[in-house]
Design a protein around this ligand. Structure first.
Ligand code: GLN
Ligand code: ZN
Length: 805
C-alpha cells in the first residue's frame, strides 16, 4: 500500500495559554516593543509546527499564523491597504517618510479615499491600524469593518475595494514564515485565501462598480506571491476557496476557471481547499480547475464524498477532511475508516487526510484541562488531539499500523461506547417529556391582539413605553465580587447581599430616570450563555477552551454534551427581589434556546433541532416559574437567531422552522397577561422577517440605531404585527445621544409603524458602558419619549375629536 499524506489546514495561533493575545495587547499598551512581540510570535509558530510534526503530520501549514486576522494579513500582502491606514497618511502631499519602500507605480491621486496612495508597503502597525484604527505608530483613524467568517464565530476584517484598485505584493509575512519553516526542516505548505473568496468577502467602497471586475488587477499580485512562495521552497500551496460551498452567482462561478488558469505556476502545486459545506452546484467547477489537488469537508458534507471522487480527474490529489475542525468531539476513528471505504485503494497516494477545516475554530489542547472528569475528557479532542487523530487514521490504513494508532483506535472505540450508553448523556425523563410535546405547547393561548389588550389593561403603560435591554454597567466592583465568590473568598450570603445591593442600585437609578419597564441589571451574570449553562444539566465548562473570536479577543464556549434539563429555578430569586423594590414592572431576563445552542459547542450525536427543543423545555419551566413569582414581563434574548442561518439558502426554511418552534416552545407556557419580549442585536431582517414575526413575541427590541433606514424599509414591505422597539441609540459608543436625534429616529419609525406599537429603548445591553454616560443617555431617551408622547397624544386626541364631530 502506498503512503497517505497527512496535513492540517491551519492550527490555532493564539497559543494554549492565549500567549498571542497577551503579547499583542502588551504591545498595544506599550509594555513590550515590536521586537519582543515578534519574538513571541516566532516562538508560538515554532511550537505549533513542532507539535504538529511531532504528532506525525507530514505537511505543516504556514500562513495560518496572523497577528490579528489572516484576511487582514492577505490584504496587506496584496497591497490592499486603505490610504487612511498607510504610514505617512497624515503627511498628505509630502514625500513619504520611509524611502526604502519601492513604489513602482506613479500617477498618484493622493486623496484620503483614493485607492492608490504612493506607498502600499505594510508592516505590523499597518495591520493594527487597519484592524483597530490605531497602532503604536501612525495616525489614529477609522478601522476596517469586521464581520463573521462564514457561519463561524470568528470575525475577519473586510477588505475594502475601489474601482481601479491596484494590487502589488507589499507585505511578506507569509513568505518569510514559509522560509523560516522550511529552514527548520518542515515540509511547509503556505495557506492563502484564493482570489475569488478574497474578492467575495470584501466590500465595494465606491458606488457603481463590481468588485469582481477587480479580478484581472488582482491576479498578477497572486502570481507574484505564488512565485515567491515557490522560490523559498514551497512545493504545495493551499489556496482556500470556501465560497465554493455557497450559492454563487453565475459570473462568480465562471470567473474561477479564468482565474485558476492564470494562477498556474510550473514550479508549484495548488491544493484548492473548500470547507464548511458541500460543493453541490459548484462541484464541476471545483473538480475541473487546473490545480493539483482538492480538499473537501467530509464532516459537514459527508454525502459529497463519492460524487467528488467520481468526478475528480485521476491526476489530482483528494484531501478528505474527516476530523471535525468545528467541534470538540473525539473522532470516531472506526466510523471514519468505514466512511473512507475502499477509497484508500482507489486513490492510492492521491489520498490526503486532514481535519475538515482549519483548527482555528477549536481550542488548542485538551491536556491542559484539569477540572473536566476523565470520562467527559475521553469524549473530547481539541486542535492538538485532532492532529493526532488524522495521523492515526492514516496509520490505521497501512498494513501494519503502529502501536500508537492501534491504541488510538481502542480509545476511540471505548469513548464511542461510553458516549452511547452514558446516563449523563441520555436522560429518559428529558426524552419522555420531549415526546409528549404537542403543537399547542408552542402556541400562546390567544392571538396577539387579544393578548396585548389584556397586558395593557394590567400594565397601564404610557404611549411609547421606555425600557432597556437588560444589563447595566458591569462595574469593577461587580466583577470583583463575582470573582471573589467564585474563588471562595466571600460567602454565599455575602455574595447575595452584595448582588442585591447592585440590583437595588440599578432599580433606584431607573426609577429616578423615569423609565417605564425596569430590569434588574444582570450584575450576577458574566456571560449570557455561561450563566444559564452553568445551571443546566448537560452543559460542561472548560478552563482553557479558548477560541479566537477576533483579533486578541477569545471566547470560551460551553460544551453541550448531554440531554439538557433544569434541576432548579435559575433566576427567580433575583427577579422576585428586583420586583419587590418597585411598583413598576421589572422584566425577567433569559437567554433563548437558539442562542444557548449556537454560542456553545453542540452535540454531534443528535440533530441540533433536538438539542434546541431540550433547552427550550428547560427555559419554559423558568418562564413559568417567573410568571408564578409575579413577574409580568419576561424577555428571552435571541441575538444568535440570524447567525444560525445555513450557508445555503435552500436550507434556511428548514432551520427557521425548528428555530422558531424552539423559541415559541420556551415562551408559550404563560398566560395571555404575561408579556413576552425578545431582543436581537442586528437589523438585517429583510430575509428573515417572516420568521421574526412567527416568533410571535409580544415585544421585540432590536439594534437599529446604526441602520435605521435599512430596517424601516423592511417594515414598508412587511406588515410586522406585534410591538417593536427599534433601538434609538448606539450603545457601542460612549457618546451621549441628544434628545433631538432620538426624537428624529422615533418620528421616522412612526411613519412606518403604528405609534401604539413602538417602544423606546437603546439598541443593546449596557454592560460595557459606564454609569455616567448611561444615565445621561437614558435621561435623554426618556425626555425624547415624553416629548413625542405629547405630540402624538395631541394628534390622537384631535383625531378622536374629529371623529366625534
Ligand atoms: N439581555 C442582554 C443584555 O442586555 C442581551 C445581550 C445581547 O443582546 N447580546 O446584556
Ligand atoms: Zn443586543
Amino acid at each position: 500500500m502506498t503512503q497517505i499524506t497527512t496535513h492540517s489546514l491551519g492550527f490555532p495561533r493564539i497559543g494554549a495559554g492565549r500567549e498571542l493575545k497577551k503579547a499583542v495587547e502588551a504591545y498595544w499598551a506599550g509594555d513590550i516593543d515590536r521586537a519582543q512581540l515578534q519574538a513571541e510570535g516566532q516562538r508560538l509558530r515554532r511550537a505549533h509546527w513542532e507539535l504538529q510534526a511531532a504528532a506525525g503530520l507530514d505537511v505543516i501549514p504556514t500562513g495560518d499564523f496572523a497577528w490579528y486576522d489572516q484576511v487582514l494579513a492577505l490584504s496587506a500582502t496584496l497591497g490592499n491597504v486603505p490610504v487612511r491606514h498607510r504610514l505617512g497618511y497624515e503627511n498628505q502631499g509630502e514625500t513619504a517618510t520611509d524611502t526604502d519602500h519601492q513604489c513602482t507605480h506613479t500617477g498618484l491621486e493622493e486623496t484620503p479615499e483614493a485607492p492608490d496612495g504612493p506607498c502600499t508597503q505594510a508592516d505590523l502597525d499597518t495591520l493594527f491600524r487597519m484592524a483597530r484604527g490605531r497602532a503604536p505608530s501612525g495616525e489614529a483613524t477609522s478601522a476596517c469593518e469586521m464581520t463573521k467568517w462564514f457561519d463561524t464565530n470568528y470575525h475577519y476584517l473586510v477588505p475594502e475595494f475601489h474601482p481601479e484598485q491596484h494590487f502589488e505584493l507589499s507585505y511578506t509575512q507569509i513568505i518569510d514564515e514559509t522560509r523560516e519553516a522550511i529552514a527548520q526542516g518542515y515540509r511547509a505548505k503556505p495557506v492563502i485565501l484564493g482570489p475569488l473568496s478574497y474578492l467575495w468577502l470584501g466590500k465595494e467602497k465606491a458606488p457603481d462598480f463590481d468588485r469582481l471586475d477587480l479580478l484581472e488587477n488582482l491576479l498578477p499580485a497572486y502570481q507574484t506571491l505564488l512565485a515567491q512562495l515557490a522560490e523559498v521552497g514551497a512545493e504545495w500551496v493551499q489556496i482556500d476557496e470556501p465560497i465554493l460551498v455557497l450559492d454563487l452567482p453565475q459570473a462568480w462561478r465562471q470567473a474561477f476557471e479564468r482565474a485558476y488558469h492564470q494562477l498556474q505556476t510550473p514550479t508549484l502545486k495548488l491544493l484548492l481547499a473548500t470547507y464548511f459545506g458541500a460543493l453541490e452546484d459548484n462541484l464541476s467547477t471545483a473538480v475541473q480547475l487546473p490545480v493539483a489537488g482538492l480538499h473537501i469537508d467530509a464532516v459537514r458534507a459527508p454525502e459529497q464524498l463519492l460524487s467528488v471522487v467520481d468526478r475528480l480527474p485521476t491526476h489530482k490529489v483528494l484531501s478528505i477532511g474527516l476530523v471535525d475542525g468545528r467541534n470538540i468531539w473525539r473522532n470516531d476513528l472506526r466510523a471514519s475508516l468505514e466512511q473512507l471505504g475502499d477509497l484508500p485503494e482507489r486513490l492510492g497516494e492521491r489520498l490526503w487526510l486532514a481535519p475538515s477545516c482549519s483548527l482555528l475554530h477549536v481550542p488548542v489542547d485538551l491536556e491542559r484541562e484539569q477540572k473536566l472528569d476523565a470520562e467527559l475528557k475521553s469524549w473530547l479532542a481539541f486542535a492538538r488531539q485532532k492532529v493526532t487523530e488524522v495521523v492515526a487514521l492514516a496509520q490505521l490504513l497501512t498494513p501494519e499500523p503502529d502501536e500508537r494508532a492501534r491504541e488510538a483506535l481502542e480509545q476511540s472505540d471505548r469513548a464511542q461506547a461510553s458516549r452511547q450508553q452514558s446516563e449523563r448523556i441520555h436522560n429518559p425523563r428529558v426524552r419522555a417529556r420531549l415526546e409528549a410535546v404537542t403543537r399547542e405547547d408552542s402556541q400562546r393561548q390567544s392571538p396577539f391582539v387579544e393578548r396585548i389588550r389584556r397586558q395593557q389593561s394590567l400594565l397601564q403603560l404610557p404611549l411609547l413605553p421606555t425600557t432597556t435591554i437588560g444589563s447595566f454597567p458591569q462595574t469593577r466592583d461587580i466583577r470583583q465580587t463575582r470573582r471573589a465568590f467564585k474563588l471562595g473568598q466571600i460567602s454565599e450570603v455575602e455574595y447575595q447581599n452584595r448582588m442585591r445591593g447592585e440590583i437595588a442600585d440599578a432599580i433606584a437609578r431607573q426609577e429616578q430616570l423615569g423609565l417605564d419597564v425596569l430590569v434588574h441589571g444582570e450584575a450576577e451574570r458574566n456571560d449570557m450563555v455561561e450563566y444559564f449553562g452553568e445551571q443546566l444539566d448537560g452543559y460542561a465548562f472548560t478552563q482553557f477552551g479558548w477560541v479566537q473570536s477576533y483579533g486578541s479577543r477569545c471566547v470560551k464556549p460551553p460544551i453541550i454534551y448531554g440531554d439538557v434539563q433544569r434541576p432548579r429555578a435559575m433566576t427567580v430569586q433575583w427577579a422576585r427581589y428586583a420586583q419587590s423594590l418597585s411598583n413598576k414592572p421589572v422584566k425577567g431576563m433569559l437567554t433563548g434556546p437558539i442562542t444557548m445552542l449556537f454560542w456553545s459547542f453542540e452535540r454531534n450525536d443528535q440533530p441540533m433541532a433536538e438539542t434546541a427543543r431540550q433547552i427550550a423545555l428547560a427555559l419554559r419551566d423558568e418562564v413559568k416559574d417567573l410568571e408564578a413569582a409575579g413577574i409580568q414581563i419576561i424577555q428571552v434574548d435571541e441575538p444568535a437567531l440570524r447567525e444560525g442561518l445555513p450557508l445555503r439558502q435552500s436550507r434556511w426554511q428548514g432551520y427557521l422552522d425548528w428555530a422558531v418552534e424552539a423559541f415559541r416552545l420556551s415562551v408559550s407556557g404563560v398566560n395571555d397577561e404575561t408579556q413576552i419580549h425578545t431582543h436581537m442585536c442586528y437589523s438585517e431582517f429583510n430575509d428573515i422577517i417572516g420568521a421574526i414575526a412567527a416568533l410571535d413575541a409580544d415585544v421585540i427590541t432590536i439594534e437599529t440605531s446604526r441602520s435605521q433606514g435599512e430596517l424601516l424599509q423592511v417594515f414598508e414591505d412587511f406588515d410586522y404585527p406585534n410591538d417593536i422597539g427599534p433601538g434609538v441609540y448606539d450603545i457601542h459608543s460612549p457618546n451621549v445621544p441628544s434628545v433631538e436625534a432620538m426624537v428624529t429616529l422615533l418620528e421616522r419609525a412612526a411613519q412606518h409603524l403604528p405609534v401604539e406599537r413602538i417602544w423606546v429603548n437603546p439598541d443593546c445591553g449596557l454592560k460595557t458602558r459606564g454609569w455616567p454616560e448611561t444615565e445621561a443617555a437614558l435621561a435623554n431617551m426618556v425626555a425624547a419619549a415624553q416629548q413625542l408622547r405629547q405630540a402624538y397624544g395631541k394628534t390622537a386626541a384631535e383625531r378622536a375629536k374629529q371623529r366625534r364631530a
